[in-house]
Ligand binder design. Structure first.
Ligand SMILES: Nc1ncnc2c1ncn2[C@@H]1O[C@H](COP(=O)(O)OP(=O)(O)OP(=O)(O)O)[C@@H](O)[C@H]1O
Length: 300
């Protein structure tokens, strides 16, 4: 079942259309990627889902129903600008947020302790936020977003500013929550995280949804324009073949840009004439390449 559905959602600030007809759905136990350049409308979309601002058009449904304030107990949010109080202690702040979202003081405290143990920082319980490093403040922000075990978790650039060990820690936590059934709306500028975590995505460009669907299906819509040829011998004359537009020498072999599938066949034939081919692959486009193609010009 779709836990979250957006249907032609719009938001206008003055005469600026910040979000212009976004349609997407997030199932139970899914991480959905919301991508776009700076100013594309991601945060505005997330804030509408959270009920913090109201759409000017379209509909948002939660488990098939429209927004009502008690839904906030089912949602968790890690905003891009974090927003924890620097002078307040971790336990006071997070327990307060847990109670705001319907937990008893005891439940909130137990949950906070569980998360601090999980992130191997139980000693932060009594620390003020300003005493922690930026990355650790972010982990506390993450705990604040999940302390009440939300059904819908909204993560805006959750991994930015974290070291690689902490990125892995948060990533595996997000995957665990997905596997337990949480629906996660996930925004990032890091395409490798999207490739790893998400099955379905929307790319926004100036408020418009320019790409929507499963990553697998989206990739199949774009032409395959690169060939990876691995051989330890030199293959001369590749750049002269019809349909070959660029030949780059790699550590072992070549990366060749082509205009057509026929050119790929010619590359393989040519290589086999003079060399032992260890690996030949017609590469599908990366999400990064698709993103740049769709959004590359005219960003804010
Ligand atoms: N409160 C507001 N008043 C007026 N314009 C706004 C407001 N909030 C956002 N905008 C505009 O709406 C557009 C979308 O902004 P939004 O913050 O949703 O983008 P974003 O995709 O989250 O960008 P980023 O990746 O930089 O966080 C931008 O043009 C922004 O300037």
């Amino acid at each position: 079942m779709n836990r979250l559905e957006l249907n032609q959602v719009m938001k206008q600030y003055g005469d600026k259309l910040a979000v212009n007809g976004v349609t997407l759905s997030v199932k139970e136990g899914e991480i959905y990627g919301l991508l776009g350049a700076n100013g594309a409308g991601k945060t505005t979309t997330m804030r509408m889902v959270l009920g913090l601002i109201y759409p000017d058009g379209g509909q948002i449904n939660y488990n098939g129903k429209s927004f009502s304030p008690e839904l906030q107990h089912l949602m968790g949010y890690l905003p891009e600008e974090r927003g924890m109080y620097p002078k307040v202690k971790v336990n006071e702040q997070i327990n307060y947020l847990g109670r705001l979202r319907g937990m008893s003081a005891k439940e909130a405290d137990e949950s906070l302790k569980y998360w601090l143990e999980k992130f191997e920082v139980p000693e932060y319980y009594d620390k003020r936020i300003e005493e922690l490093s930026k990355g650790n403040q972010q982990k506390m922000g993450f705990i604040a977003a999940v302390v009440h075990r939300p059904q819908i978790l909204i993560l805006d650039e959750a991994f930015s500013g974290l070291d690689p060990v902490n990125v892995e820690l948060l990533k595996s936590t997000v995957k665990e929550m997905r596997d337990e059934g949480t629906s996660i709306l996930f925004s990032t500028h890091r395409m490798e995280h999207v490739e790893e975590l998400c099955q379905n995505i929307t790319i926004l460009h100036r408020g418009n949804s320019v790409v929507e669907g499963s990553i697998r299906e989206i990739k199949s819509r774009y032409p395959r324009e690169q060939v990876r040829l691995i051989t330890s011998e030199e293959v001369s004359g590749l750049e002269l073949l019809p349909g070959v537009t660029k030949v780059e020498r790699m550590e072992r072999g070549y990366l060749i840009t082509i205009r057509s599938m026929e050119a790929a066949q010619l590359v393989l034939q040519k290589a086999l004439e003079t060399a032992t081919v260890e690996h030949f692959e017609i590469k599908e486009p990366t999400l990064n390449q698709i993103f740049i193609k769709e959004v590359g010009t005219g960003n804010e």
